[in-house]
Design a protein around this ligand. Structure first.
Ligand code: C2O
Ligand code: CU
Length: 483
C-alpha cells in the first residue's frame, strides 16, 4: 500500500508525486470574487429534539448502540443561504441539561449556546429557541457545550451549510463527517474520558466512521467538478487529508473561501473543516479521500464515477466569493500572548468579577460542565472544575470593533486545536510550518509551535478553548468579556 505518511508528517504541505512532474504547470490561483448583495432572506424554522435513539453503528448484524441525536437522523444537515434567518428550537428529551453552540457561525452573543456563560442550561423537558441570521457562507456545525465528551460522544452533532459562495455551481456535492465512537463489542459506550487520555492527546475511539458507517462510498458524476465538505467532528483525532485518483483543490478552510490551492495533504485538527473541489475521472474510475496520519492509511471516502462526462475543459474551478469577515487592522492591533500549558498548582483564585446584576453570575457551575480533574491551562489559568461556585474572571476584556493580534504558543508535547467562539480570525502564520494566510475559527497549534492570529473583537462573552473535548473539560478553556 502506498504510504506518504513519512513524507508529509509534521507539515501542512505535502510532497509532489513523481507522476505529477510531467503534468503542465498548475495555473496561478484566480482571486476570490466580491460577493454579491444577498437575496431576500428566507426564514428556516426547525425543531432539534435532543433524544436517545438506537442505531446499529457496528454493522447491520451487529448490536444496537444507544446514541443521542438531534431528531431522527444522525448528523442532521441544515442548508441555508447567506443572509437567511435560522429559528431552531432545541427540545431537550435527554436526562441532563444541554444547549446548542453554533461552531464557527458569527452569532449574537446570547445565541452562542454556552451554559452559564451566554444562557441558562436547557433542562430536561425544556426548550430553547435560537434565532439569528447567517452572516457568512460556509461549512459549520453545532454541538452542546457541557458534558461535551459525553453528549458529543453519544452523537449530538449537526451540520450547518450556508450556501452562496459559488460563482458557478459545481456538478455535485458530498458532505463527509468523520467521527470515531467509544464502543465496546456489545454496542455499549466505553468511558468517554480517561485520565491517561485527558492528560495526553485525548482518548481515541474504538470505531472509526464517516457519516456513521465504517466504509463510506458514493457514486459521483463522471468528469465532473464536485465539492466535498469534509468535517473533522471527532473529539480528539488529527488527520492528514489527501486525494488519490483526481486532481483536487482546497477552496475553503473552516468554511472561509481561499484562492484555490492544490491539495497535496492538509492537516486537520478536531473541529476543523475543509472544502475541496475535485475533477472526477471517467465512468468506472475511483477517487479516494484518504487520511495519511494513522500508521495504516484510512479511507474517508471512496467515490466512483458513473454516467456521461460532464466536462471537457481542463480542471480550473471558478473562484468562490470572498468571505465578508471584518478585516483586522494589523498595524493598529494590540498584541496579546496566550500560552497553552499544563495546569499548575498555583491556580489563581477565582474571584467573581462578573457584574453582580448579571443573572448568570451566581449560577453554580455544575459537574456536567467540567471533569473533576484539571490537567491544562491557558496562561497558567485553568478553567475551574466543580469545586468552584462562580465563573472565573475572563482571560481578557477586549474592546468590540478593535483589532487584536494573538500569539498562540503551545508549551506542551501534544497538539491543541484552538477555537474562539463568535469570531472568524485571520491565521497570519506559524513558527514551524508554511501555512497560507487564511481565515479560520479553529487553528491547530502543534507542540512547540507558535501561531499568530488576528481579528476584530465582537461584543459579548466568548469562549476560547482547545477543541480536544477532554482538554477543555480538564482546564484548557477560558473566555473573553468584550464591551
Ligand atoms: Cu465547537 Cu466551544 O466549541
Ligand atoms: Cu488540547
Amino acid at each position: 500500500m502506498l504510504t506518504r505518511r513519512a513524507a508529509i508528517a509534521g507539515l501542512g504541505v505535502g510532497l509532489v508525486a513523481p507522476a505529477l512532474l510531467s503534468l503542465p504547470r498548475r495555473p496561478a490561483a484566480r482571486p476570490l470574487l466580491t460577493p454579491p448583495v444577498a437575496g431576500a432572506p428566507a426564514l428556516h424554522d426547525v425543531t432539534l429534539e435532543a433524544k436517545a435513539r438506537s442505531v446499529k453503528l457496528l454493522g447491520k448484524d451487529g448490536p444496537e448502540s444507544t446514541l443521542w441525536t438531534y431528531g431522527d437522523e444522525l448528523f442532521p444537515v441544515l442548508r441555508l443561504k447567506r443572509g437567511d434567518r435560522l429559528r431552531a428550537t432545541l427540545k431537550n428529551s435527554l436526562g441532563e441539561h444541554t444547549s446548542i453552540h453554533w461552531h464557527g457561525v458569527r452569532v449574537p452573543n446570547d445565541m452562542d449556546g454556552v451554559q452559564y456563560v451566554t444562557q441558562k442550561p436547557v433542562e430536561p423537558g425544556e426548550s430553547f429557541t435560537y434565532d439569528f441570521s447567517l452572516p457568512d457562507t460556509g461549512t459549520f456545525f453545532f454541538h452542546p457545550h457541557c458534558n461535551e465528551t459525553g453528549q458529543v460522544g453519544h452523537g449530538l452533532l449537526g451540520v450547518v451549510i450556508v450556501a452562496g459562495d459559488e460563482s458557478e455551481a459545481f456538478d455535485d456535492e458530498a458532505v463527509i463527517i468523520a467521527k470515531d465512537w467509544r464502543l465496546a463489542e456489545d454496542g455499549s459506550f466505553l468511558p468517554f474520558s480517561t485520565d491517561s487520555g485527558a492528560a495526553r492527546a485525548g482518548t481515541f475511539g474504538t470505531l472509526r466512521t464517516v457519516n456513521g458507517v465504517k466504509r463510506f462510498a458514493r457514486k459521483v458524476p463522471a468528469a465532473a467538478d464536485i465539492r466535498l465538505r469534509l468535517l473533522n467532528l471527532d473529539a480528539t483525532r488529527m488527520m492528514d487529508v489527501g486525494v488519490e485518483g483526481a486532481e483536487a483543490r482546497i477552496i475553503a478552510i473552516d468554511g472561509n473561501p481561499v484562492e484555490a490551492m492544490p491539495l497535496d495533504s492538509w492537516r486537520m485538527g478536531a473541529a476543523s473543516r475543509l472544502d475541496l473541489v475535485l475533477r472526477t475521472p471517467k465512468a468506472g474510475g475511483k477517487v479516494r479521500l484518504r487520511d495519511y496520519f494513522p500508521t495504516e492509511i484510512f479511507d474517508l471516502a471512496e467515490l466512483e464515477a458513473e454516467g456521461p462526462d460532464r466536462r471537457a475543459e481542463p480542471f480550473d474551478p471558478a473562484p468562490l466569493y470572498a468571505s465578508r469577515v471584518p478585516e483586522p487592522d494589523l498595524a493598529g492591533a494590540e498584541t496579546q500572548p496566550f500560552v497553552f500549558g499544563a495546569a499548575s498548582d498555583a491556580i489563581a483564585s477565582f474571584i467573581d468579577t462578573l457584574d453582580p446584576d448579571d443573572p448568570l453570575s451566581k449560577v453554580i457551575l455544575d459537574d456536567l460542565c467540567t471533569a473533576s480533574r484539571t490537567f491544562w491551562a491557558i496562561n497558567k489559568r485553568s478553567w475551574p472544575n466543580d469545586g468552584h461556585r462562580n465563573l472565573p474572571p475572563p482571560l481578557a476584556r477586549l474592546k468590540s470593533g478593535k483589532s487584536y493580534r494573538f500569539t498562540l504558543q503551545n508549551a506542551t508535547p501534544h497538539p491543541h486545536p484552538i477555537h474562539l467562539h463568535g469570531h472568524t480570525f485571520k491565521v497570519l502564520g506559524s513558527s514551524k510550518r508554511k501555512l497560507p494566510v487564511h481565515y479560520a475559527d479553529t487553528v491547530l497549534v502543534l507542540p512547540k509551535e507558535r501561531i499568530e492570529i488576528a481579528f476584530v473583537a465582537a461584543a459579548g462573552k466568548w469562549m476560547f478553548h482547545c477543541h480536544i473535548l477532554e482538554h477543555l473539560e480538564t482546564g484548557m478553556m477560558g473566555y473573553f468579556a468584550n464591551a
